[in-house]
Design a protein around this ligand. Sequence first.
Ligand SMILES: [Ca+2]
Ligand SMILES: [Ca+2]
Ligand SMILES: [Ca+2]
Length: 144
Amino acid sequence: MNPRIARLAAVAAVASVALLAGAAGAQQASPDAVRKAFAAADANGDGYLNIDEYVANVIYVFRDADKNRDGFITEQESIAYSAMHSPERFRSADRNGDGRLSVGEAVAIKVIDFFEIDTNRDGVLSVEEVLAYERSLPAAGARR
Ligand SMILES: [Ca+2]
Ligand SMILES: [Ca+2]
Ligand SMILES: [Ca+2]
């Protein structure tokens, strides 16, 4: 697959691999969309997301969400990027409280997610773990 298309697919669809709210769409991503995005993020094609592939994907998502390319994601950019933006989650990710997320802040919260998603503690994410995590997220609109 063309890497750019692959990346955009990953950005558009995957819930747990997306940046702040879990899902980039108004509805929870369909299992099919999750599988597709998972495959796109799985750079070495071994069927699992390791932490390196996962963090790389977070950074691609970050870059896409950072519309004005200043290296930070404001709450406005987060809202524009994800219909499942959660103000609560944004605040908890914004460790220094300056109202915007740095790359480090975004990576930190997503890496914490990684270990939550990895329920069997083998250090990699299977598509089943990602789908289970996705199902555990509140539906859009249920989030505050
Ligand atoms: Ca992999
Ligand atoms: Ca911040
Ligand atoms: Ca695992």
